[in-house]
Design a protein around this ligand. Structure first.
Ligand code: HEM
Ligand SMILES: *[C@@H]1O[C@H](CO)[C@@H](O)[C@H](O)[C@H]1NC(C)=O
Ligand SMILES: *[C@@H]1O[C@H](CO)[C@@H](O)[C@H](O)[C@H]1NC(C)=O
Ligand SMILES: *[C@@H]1O[C@H](CO)[C@@H](O)[C@H](O)[C@H]1NC(C)=O
Length: 532
């Protein structure tokens, strides 16, 4: 802090910034943060500050470009940029920026200039073509470095074939077909993870990831994998293994990455698992399809995401129909695990913690379950559709689960927004998801204010101006029907069969944050007691 004071006295805007920071109960917050921070989070925050050092020179020699740039929010601190405001007063700070600068402005975050959009321009950023603003380049490569795990062909399949197949295999109209697979998957999950009369779950994140992996595997890739522990384990932990390396990749300059790669290849082992188990099944299914075609019969294979990949054909420049090899498809399956398991498990976890934090909501849900699915009545897509409270609740959970700043996309060329503002090639353009969902970052920000009735009966899979959690436009998440069905079926099953409490007996904080603007789930240990 001494260091900051020294610069502050010499520089008026920075002086103002320090005044703001001084008004924050910062010491208290730092201690609180330190106490509850995971090693990863501290590493992340340290890193965000640290990489700023590398980029300092970039600040000093900002290139004069003839672009009509959005305003840069003042009070950016040397080294810290706007990170401190985001860490300690994210909602207030963002609301202040939004009020003052409207739908587009620049912040210095994580050591670089980022353009933040909301409102109509936020939608434009979400809906932009990948040739203009690319999530693939903004996050998949530059942050997650999936390009170190997969070669270009696989990433390309992940970005083009996977979404197309997901749209064909997982539309709303086919959801009734997936009920049985999800149900048997979630029962397997309970048998594997909650088999005792009482199970204490000390580490909720891996628990929910495993749970969702058990539940997703039969529906997404087929019943033959329903109890394949290696495949389930890879589905569950692939994303985490990739994310784990992010702070390291951020801290180390890109040109040195090749030297650390040999030490951080835990994500690679999941590739071998898929090659070992999924590839032979693809070959087997193709053989069955060939024989059936020769015999002029239906192949009778169950439709699911993997089957969609198996059947997917592309026509190349010469009009020849080609399909991806079994090895390529096995790797592509991992990319779907990547897109689906973490997102679903985190939001499932939010749902459970919201219900524990708000007994009034739990009571309303229990009442609805007992009314619509009494006793042993099997769950069905029709029953789920009748559960209006569950729908109101899911939509509000998903809205609440949006990051304040998310969907960082990289400008692949200079990009002009409809209001004339321009961003240079290479710039990361992010959307203020929470602000778009609620109109303001401070609205319904406390546990008491979470309010399912604000969903106004709108379905939790239908995007809207005020519901951009699944994205918008042509990149809208194609897995949303499947994800919502999984979350809802899990809530129904768990509430019917288990008593769930926090181990501490305390009311949990359902949503926690990393670096102030990224949501993560609570790590409060849970105890599940079987009812019968
Ligand atoms: C609660 C769970 C989920 C959330 C919150 C979520 C969120 C999102 C978001 C925000 C995007 C848009 C990214 C962009 O703007 O480019 C997206 C895309 C995608 N999601 Fe999901 N997702 C979830 C579950 C799933 C599941 C279960 C699957 C597959 C089975 C899936 C597959 C995909 C794919 C393939 C894309 C790329 C779409 C494209 O580029 O056209 N997601 N998801
Ligand atoms: C939870 O869902 C919301 C909305 O659907 C999404 O924006 C968010 O990224 C998800 N959270 C996580 C941590 O995946
Ligand atoms: C869902 O929310 C709407 C208001 O948004 C309310 O009228 C309706 O009663 C709610 N449904 C249930 C079952 O709570
Ligand atoms: C939502 O639906 C319920 C009936 O299911 C109805 O009583 C209520 O008025 C509706 N609320 C809104 C805001 O549309």
């Amino acid at each position: 802090m001494d260091y900051i004071n020294t610069i502050a006295t010499k520089n008026a805007p920075i002086h103002n910034a320090i005044q703001i920071i001084k008004q924050l109960p910062i010491t208290e917050k730092l201690i609180h943060m330190y106490k509850r921070s995971s090693k990863n989070e501290l590493l992340f925050i340290g890193t965000a500050t640290f990489i700023t050092l590398y980029n300092l020179s970039a600040y000093l020699k900002v290139k004069r470009q003839k672009l009509n740039s959005p305003p840069t929010v003042p009070y950016s601190l040397p080294l810290f940029g706007h990170n401190l405001y985001m860490m300690f007063m994210p909602s207030k700070f963002l609301d202040w920026c939004n009020e003052r600068y409207g739908e587009i402005y620049n912040l210095n975050l994580q050591g670089k200039t980022m353009t933040i959009t909301n409102g109509k321009l936020g939608e434009e950023a979400m809906k932009a073509n990948a040739e203009d603003l690319s999530l693939d380049h903004g996050i998949v490569r530059d942050v997650l470095h999936l390009d170190y795990v997969f070669d270009e062909t696989i990433l390309d399949i992940g970005m083009t074939v996977n979404p197309a197949v997901a749209r064909m295999a997982l539309p709303n109209s086919k959801m009734p077909m997936y009920v049985a697979g999800i149900q048997s998957g979630l029962e397997n999950a309970c048998r594997a993870l909650l088999n005792e009369k009482t199970t204490a779950v000390q580490n909720p994140s891996p628990f929910f990831q495993n749970f969702v992996a058990y539940m997703s595997v039969p529906g997404l890739i087929g019943d033959e994998f329903a109890l394949n522990i290696e495949v389930i384990e890879s589905f569950a932990s692939f994303t985490g293994d990739v994310i784990k390396n992010v702070p390291l990749f951020m801290a180390v300059p890109t040109f040195l990455h090749k030297y650390i790669l040999p030490f951080v290849q835990s994500a690679k082992k999941h590739e071998s698992v898929m090659l070992k188990h999924v590839a032979p099944v693809v070959i087997e299914r193709r053989e069955k399809m060939r024989l059936a075609e020769e015999a002029g019969k239906e192949h009778g294979l169950v439709e699911n995401f993997l089957q969609g990949l198996v059947e997917f054909e592309q026509t190349d420049e010469n009009g020849v129909r080609t399909h991806c090899s079994a090895e390529q498809l096995s790797r592509a399956v991992l990319l779907v695990a990547f897109a689906s398991v973490h997102t679903t498990s985190m939001n499932l976890s939010f749902s459970i913690y919201w219900l524990l934090a708000r007994p009034d909501l739990m009571e309303r849900l229990v009442e609805e379950i007992e009314r619509i699915l009494p006793g042993d009545t099997p769950v069905s897509a029709t029953a789920l559709a009748e559960m209006k409270f569950l729908n109101n609740f899911t939509r509000e959970v998903l809205r609440q689960g949006g990051d304040s700043i998310a969907n960082g996309k990289k400008a692949m060329r200079d990009f002009t927004f409809s209001n004339g503002y321009q961003v240079p090639q290479g710039r990361i353009v992010a959307s203020s998801v929470r602000q778009m969902n609620f109109g303001d970052n401070s609205i319904r920000n406390s546990v008491e204010e979470m309010n399912p009735d604000m969903s106004l009966n709108k379905t939790s899979t239908t995007p809207a101006r005020d519901f951009v959690s699944f994205g918008a436009g042509k990149h809208l998440c194609p897995g949303r029907f499947f994800a919502v069905q999984e979350i809802q079926m899990t809530l129904v099953y768990l509430i019917k069969n288990y008593d769930i409490k926090t181990v501490s007996g305390k009311r949990p904080q359902p949503i926690c944050h990393i670096a102030g603007y990224m949501v993560i789930n609570s790590e409060e240990p849970l105890v599940f007691t079987r009812k019968h």
